[in-house]
Design a protein around this ligand. Structure first.
Ligand SMILES: *[C@@H]1O[C@H](CO)[C@@H](O)[C@H](O)[C@H]1NC(C)=O
Ligand SMILES: *[C@@H]1O[C@H](CO)[C@@H](O)[C@H](O)[C@H]1NC(C)=O
Ligand SMILES: *[C@@H]1O[C@H](CO)[C@@H](O)[C@H](O)[C@H]1NC(C)=O
Ligand SMILES: *[C@@H]1O[C@H](CO)[C@@H](O)[C@H](O)[C@H]1NC(C)=O
Length: 482
């Protein structure tokens, strides 16, 4: 594996996507699709709907079992034989559907789908489905399949915690990366699919494509309102706008300007983090971790501590793990011991044995500070911009990690860019006030599960109908091409 990729992916969970505030999309409803709202066509005939096909297949299976295994004319202990024989037969047939393949592997999405469908078919056949098991969520963003294959960018971390939460609530989660796979999968059981978690670009291209979106002539296509788009940054990333754009942080609160209506889903590092035992404070070396993966991050306008000496005014060893970008000819700040590129487990090891994590301005919104807090390591969060007249107004702050700007000591120390004195005071305070594991309340698995459950069960169709009404009334946003 390419080492730099490894680094990029595994060291700091840097989000992969471009940080850009997409201009709010002109709300656009292509004609064919709109028609399905306007004069809603009758539901397709029963024999065209996949859920019925599944049920009918099960019923046929059942009947043929009866005819095949029982001498109906003798009528002899019919009931008894019927139930046990048919369930045996159904059981033996079901064992051939979606076989588990590589039972011990968990990193291959197709294999995971086989396990999931096998479990679903089995519970349908024996009537033993769990509470949410017949509700299907299609995972169409490729970050889902990537995350189980071991990728760990910010988006992958986000995806895997959604997946985990769905599984914990008993939903049936099926991978269907990108639109081609999504279409094939969706048409097999459209009625059972509650929502599709996709990427903005895929939602957009599906929406524009009559071969993808649901229309009168394409009844098993995908209704735009069932697709939600994961978008790591602020702004809208969905043809139906902000209300279908999922956010990893509380952007409606943090960035009301362009994200007031985004869906705050969030994520959680709780499960993975708690698997690593926390290192007791008295066993930790007197060490602070400087958080910057590239030498480049120590220069330029996004560096929070320009002109600030990194030679600590009190005893503490500062370590970091950054690569030397060939474009940078200056040496790194004096006082930092660079351990260079580290694989993921070593990075966690060093982070977990540190007493403080010091942000330097970049990367923004990375999950790493959440990992640190969960391992009992306080975070120094540089405030990069603020209102000069109201320097304490947090709503005006732009921090390296905006998601943590409302947190306070002893967990998060928000220090303004360039304030060297403030930086070293915060480091000292962090050393003097060690913390236990800390998970931001809105980023626990329980909190994520509550938001995610509400999202899966929400009536997205009514919301889309309201949007259409609004567009018709205001004339803003295309409602029909026909
Ligand atoms: C797979 O798992 C089964 C049961 O959990 C175990 O018996 C078997 O040895 C495993 N196979 C491999 C190749 O790890
Ligand atoms: C089913 O999902 C709901 C959220 O929609 C959740 O509250 C509930 O706990 C889940 N059921 C089970 C058995 O996990
Ligand atoms: C980084 O690499 C450049 C080019 O290879 C080199 O000139 C420079 O001295 C290196 N800087 C450090 C701090 O190693
Ligand atoms: C935490 O979540 C609650 C409920 O969604 C919300 O009202 C609150 O503003 C959130 N807090 C932060 C800091 O995001």
């Amino acid at each position: 594996m390419d080492h730099t990729m490894h680094w990029r992916g595994e060291h700091e969970h840097e989000p992969e996507g471009n940080e850009e505030n997409d201009p709010a999309y002109e709300l656009l409803l292509p004609g064919e699709h709109t028609n399905t709202y306007r004069d809603r066509p009758k539901r397709p005939p029963w024999y065209k709907r996949s859920a019925y096909i599944l049920l009918c297949a099960a019923a046929l299976l059942f009947i043929s079992t009866v005819l095949y295994t029982i001498d109906v004319f003798s009528g002899y202990s019919l009931r008894k034989t019927l139930s046990s024989a048919s369930s045996n037969y159904v059981g033996s047939v079901v064992s051939h559907l979606w076989p588990e393949g590589m039972a011990n592997r968990t990193d291959n999405w197709e294999n995971e789908n086989s396990k999931t469908m096998h479990a679903l078919f089995k519970c349908l056949a024996n009537g033993g489905c769990g509470e949410n098991q017949t509700s299907i969520v299609l995972l169409s963003s490729p970050h889902f399949k990537d995350s189980i294959a071991g990728h760990t960018s910010g988006e992958d971390i986000w995806a895997i915690s959604i997946l985990l939460s769905l599984k914990e609530m008993g939903y049936t989660a099926v991978y269907a990366p990108h639109n081609s796979e999504l279409l094939r999968t969706y048409r097999q059981y459209p009625d059972l699919v509650k929502i599709i978690i996709s990427e903005g670009s895929d939602a957009e291209s599906c929406f524009k494509d009559p071969q993808c979106t649901k229309t009168k002539d394409h009844p098993l296509g995908i209704p735009a309102w069932k697709m939600l788009a994961m978008h790591f940054w602020t702004g809208s990333s969905h043809p139906l706008g902000n209300q279908w754009t999922l956010s990893p942080e509380n952007f409606p609160l943090l960035s009301p300007g362009n994200s007031k209506d985004n869906v705050y889903l969030g994520y959680s590092v709780e499960r993975a983090c708690k698997e690593i035992p926390i290192m007791p404070m008295d066993e930790r070396p007197n060490q602070g971790f400087v958080y910057g993966k590239r030498l480049d991050y120590f220069f330029g306008k996004d560096f929070a501590w320009e002109g600030v000496s990194f030679v600590p005014p009190f005893p503490i060893q500062l370590v970091a793990g950054f690569s030397n970008d060939s474009s940078v000819l200056s040496p790194p700040p004096e006082g930092i011991d660079n351990m260079g590129v580290m694989p993921k487990h070593r990075f966690y090891e060093h982070l977990g044995m540190s007493r403080v994590l010091i942000g330097i301005g970049r990367p923004v919104l990375s999950p790493t500070p959440y990992d640190a807090l969960c391992m009992g390591v306080p975070f120094i969060n540089p405030i990069m911009h603020w209102d000069k007249k109201k320097p304490d107004d947090r709503s005006k702050w732009e921090a390296q990690h905006d998601g943590l700007k409302y947190e306070s000591p002893p967990y998060v120390y928000n220090v303004k860019k360039g304030d060297g004195e403030g930086l070293w005071k915060a480091v000292k305070d962090a050393l003097d006030h060690p913390i236990d594991r800390y998970i931001v309340p809105n980023m626990t698995m329980a909190s994520l599960g509550a938001r995610l459950g509400a999202l899966v069960e929400k009536d997205w169709k009514s919301q889309a109908e309201q949007l259409l009404e609004l567009r018709k009334k205001t004339g803003k946003g295309e409602v029909s091409r026909v």
